[in-house]
Ligand binder design. Structure first.
Ligand SMILES: Nc1ncnc2c1ncn2[C@@H]1O[C@H](COP(=O)(O)OP(=O)(O)OP(=O)(O)O)[C@@H](O)[C@H]1O
Ligand SMILES: [Mg+2]
Length: 225
């Protein structure tokens, strides 16, 4: 079983007036096949933590290991390609590309990776869109979709290349109860049926209660609840 080990990560943001210490010596292990929650007040550092985990933000100190392989010491290029294969990321504010259809928003993952096997990619995309119940919207542009549908497209894009780890930043934040439950069940199913390691930042304590482990960020510390 593969795992991500987050070891002694610290991160501060400095402004002209003051410095905010967001993460202070934070440690966590994320195993494949488990779904883990990260809770904490707004501004506590959930997004910062997830972005560092995915390599989208650099920590001031600390390392991220994939098994015994230190991702933090790789040169940028090697790390970037490894990151693309290892991680899927669904952003807090979904960031769909407005000029692309639902299908094209997913296909861009393969294009960025230089994967031109369009037949195989197409069947992967359609399978995921079907699983998420949005296959009939494949030719729609983001402005034509509801919030819940957009969130599902963002998740489809995060999982279409079958990464080992999926990072979801408040995936149910803007959804009604029915749509939130669809996303919650999907994340649990991905962990159990596809052996994916999932880390989910959420404010929804009912969602968190369904997950295998829950951590809280408070005053820069990350603690198991
Ligand atoms: N690029 C940045 N520059 C300066 N400060 C930042 C930056 N990014 C985040 N911060 C600050 O770091 C703290 C943590 O922010 P973060 O976005 O990680 O919180 P969060 O827990 O995800 O909050 P929310 O629940 O509202 O999404 C906040 O005080 C925020 O203002
Ligand atoms: Mg956030």
């Amino acid at each position: 079983m593969n795992k991500l080990i987050i070891s002694k990560i610290s991160k501060s943001f400095k402004s002209a007036q003051h410095e905010i210490k967001v993460l202070d010596n934070v440690c966590m292990t994320l195993n494949q096949g488990t779904a883990v929650g990260v809770i904490g007040a707004s501004g506590s550092g959930k997004t910062t933590f997830l972005q560092i985990l995915a390599g989208l933000e650099m920590p001031d100190k600390g390392d991220i290991f994939y098994n015994d392989h230190n991702l933090s010491v790789n040169n940028g290029k090697k790390f970037n390609s490894m990151r693309n294969n290892l991680f899927g990321y669904a952003y807090q504010f979904h960031y769909l590309l407005d000029d692309l259809t639902v299908y094209e928003n997913c296909d861009i993952v393969f294009k960025i990776a230089g994967n031109r096997d369009s037949k195989k990619n197409s069947s992967k995309i359609m399978q995921i869109l079907e699983e998420l119940g949005i296959h009939d919207r494949k030719d729609s542009y983001p402005y034509m979709l509801s919030g819940g549908e957009k969130q599902r497209v963002a998740i489809a894009r995060a999982i279409v290349h079958k990464p080992e780890f999926i990072i979801m930043d408040e995936p149910t934040g803007n959804l009604d109860q029915d749509n939130a439950e669809i996303i919650q069940d999907l994340s649990l199913k991905l962990a159990k049926n596809y052996n994916v390691g999932i880390i989910i930042a959420t404010h929804d304590l009912k969602y968190a209660a369904k997950l295998d482990n829950v951590y809280r960020i408070e005053n820069g510390e990350l603690k198991s609840t």
